[in-house]
Design a binder for this molecule. Sequence first.
Ligand SMILES: Cc1ncc(COP(=O)(O)O)c(C=O)c1O
Length: 420
Amino acid sequence: MLNSQINRLINSSLSEIDPEIFDLINKEVARQSEGVNLIASENYAFKAVLDAMGTALSNKYAEGYPSKRYYSGCQFIDMIENLAIERLKKLYNAEYANVQPHSGAQANMAVYFAFLKPGDTILTMSLNCGGHLTHGSPVNFSGQFYNVVHYGVSRNNEMIDYDEVRELALKYKPKMIVAGASSYPRIIDSKIFSEIAKEVGAFFMFDMAHYAGLIAAGIYPSPITFADFVTSTTHKTLRGPKGGIIIAKGHYSKDIDKSVFPGVQGGPLMHVIAAKAVAFKLATTQEFKEYQRKVVNNAKIFAQTLKEEGFRIVSDGTDCHMFLVDLKNTGLTGKDAEEILNSVGIYVNKNVIPFDPQPPRITSGIRIGTPAITTRGFEEEHVKELAKLVSLVLKDKSKVDYVRQKVKELSILFPVYNIS
Ligand SMILES: Cc1ncc(COP(=O)(O)O)c(C=O)c1O
């Protein structure tokens, strides 16, 4: 092949080189703006974040850390990673930060590998009550490597029972206690967790993946001063790129750095780290704080409207960006509800609820989150309208066509990106 042909390939656009992928990307972007996304773990990243990700930073190998790389040519990469670290520390008032974890699961893995040995006991929230797979599920490495003891929620109010946590900690003497969750809609008291951890000599890790944006905005209690380690994703309420982070007390820095690289990862994704830096900058703005306040307000209004429509809300409400609907008295499973809502362009996920009689692939509940619709600009009146549409179609399947049309009309009011 001639050099000129090779150069032509390097500089050709995606639409020229690969119309198939180009077309599918466009279809997915259209899907994201035509439907209504109520998946609590998803959001629309800032356009500036997407811009940073689609750059030639992806070409650079940078194993190691700023000023301590295994490759040359890292002078700008170092500046980018340092900016990301400094912004993250400032955002959460933290002593130490690592911005390299490729995902939330890898952030958790890096902390476990740094401070636990196989066979050690960890005390974590059960999956049924809101915990994440990486908090000791038997199908995840965490459940296979460690001796897992779970706390749950009280049958009375479906909230964490801190007396139970303390009893289990005293009985099993875990090496680490983990708080934070994927589907727990209430405030988690990090102070009590840290006191229990201190009492039994355990490390305390808080996985704030879901609440990170709310915490940055100061409207959900920060675990930073109480936890030894705080892990997170950057793509949920924080609206950054898909990725993970670790924040910790300063004296853990060496162990965590070593555990992330070379412990569990190779070269950092520098285009993603640049995008994380952009998100951390945006998270300090007044607009971001106001956005997070609206996210929580919209979740409360959504839950309240469904309650007025006769649905049971787990724990009777929410303190954050998400809540769970118990469908047991409706004759529908979570899977049924997910499918019905999907057919009208409303995306939710089926979710186990506390003491769920159904297995995880069926479930008795759905999880509803408001980060994505709030990013699009949904105000109280639109949230109420949407909640009533959800109620209508779940109660009466013959209304599918009517609701689909209404959802479309609502979506058109709120375009996502100004990308043609
Ligand atoms: C609490 C919690 N931790 C960790 C993760 C894992 O994040 P990732 O999907 O980036 O690995 C999630 C993802 O949903 C989560 O909810």
